[in-house]
Design a protein around this ligand. Structure first.
Ligand code: 6PG
Length: 312
């Protein structure tokens, strides 16, 4: 039985919103969390293809979603996912080569993309690997300038993939944030122990970005606590990164945070039950304008939430 959440700020189970359009579901452990995440990815993809003929999905980086990604290479997920109509983008990427162990693209390709029949042209990686440093060397531009150039390149990719539809239905590369409609069908997000998500870090100027869909950021060094909690993911710091911005994510039809482990429990509690301060944490800024927000937790990451154990 799933654990019911009795805290007033958090619904008892999926179906009762924490705030309009948001739901929290607690799974017993990391394995069932991965199963549920893979099932959600298939469900949202099939729903999108049935409604609009394609699905666009933004992948989370880090380690948490990797078990779900690997499940996509196995039946029934492999057989049910509409691969031919899928487009994959990334929520964020570290400016390293795809072959680098820190690369979110490299991880996703190892976990499933290189093992499923998705058309290669429908995989849209955030490329700023050596470019950020090569351009820094070869083009006499700083790594920062190189990273921002890569961000603008990826923005161009997105504005072609998600053309703005005028009232008459004519399409043009997206300009700005018309609040009509949604953008990405499903955005998967992780959560850092400091409340970051994608590569949106506390205190970053990107948190105030209202127009761009992609930004560049120098990820601050990880604290000792983050290294303990996030291991390799925390190693993906102290380097330039690209990230989707809050306005792009908030235009998605469906957003899901996938959070596992006791180390994340304090931050999960702060975000789901705590006050939103004058300087909100990045994950608190994720509130889809018209889409659904889900929190997929496991018992450990939900362990500090107001709970009423019923039906065990
Ligand atoms: C990244 C991720 C980042 C990640 C969190 C959680 O590229 O590092 O996008 O936002 O999702 O740091 O990472 P774990 O799942 O490894 O705990």
């Amino acid at each position: 039985m799933e654990r019911f959440l009795s805290c007033p700020a958090v619904p008892r189970e999926e179906g009762a919103p924490r705030f309009p359009g948001s739901f929290v579901t607690v799974h017993p452990d990391a394995d069932t969390l991965a199963l549920a995440t893979a099932a959600l990815m298939v469900r949202e993809a099939r729903r999108a293809v049935k409604a609009r003929g394609r699905c666009t999905m933004a992948l989370a980086g880090g380690s948490t979603p990797r078990n779900a990604y690997r499940l996509l290479t196995q039946s029934p997920f492999l057989d049910l996912m509409p691969w031919a109509d899928m487009h994959v983008i990334w929520g964020d990427e570290r400016c390293v080569d795809p072959g680098d162990p820190l690369s979110n693209e490299g991880m996703a390709r190892d976990d499933f993309l290189d093992h499923v029949p998705i058309p290669p042209a429908q995989v849209h990686p955030m490329r700023c690997e050596g470019q950020a440093t090569e351009r820094g060397r070869a083009g006499d531009v700083s790594p920062e300038e190189a990273a921002w150039r890569s961000a603008e390149e990826y923005e161009g990719t997105l504005r072609t993939l998600f053309p703005r539809r005028d009232i008459g239905g004519a399409t043009a590369p997206g300009h700005g944030l018309d609040l009509k409609g949604a953008t990405c069908d499903l955005v998967l997000l992780g959560l850092g122990v400091d409340g970051h998500t994608a590569s949106l870090f506390p205190g970053s100027e990107l948190l105030g970005e209202n127009d761009r869909w992609v930004g560049a950021v120098f990820a601050p060094g990880a604290s000792e606590g983050e290294v303990r909690a996030e291991g390799l993911t925390a190693a993906g710091r102290d380097l330039w990164r690209l990230t989707l911005t809050v306005p792009f994510i908030n235009r998605a039809r469906s957003v899901v945070f996938v959070v596992s482990g006791r180390s994340k429990a304090p931050m999960v509690k702060q975000i789901l039950e705590g006050p939103i301060s004058a300087a909100p944490l990045p994950a608190q800024l994720i509130r889809p304008l018209s889409g659904v927000l889900r929190w997929y937790l496991d018992d450990d990451s939900a362990s500090l939430l107001g709970m009423n154990q019923a039906g065990w």
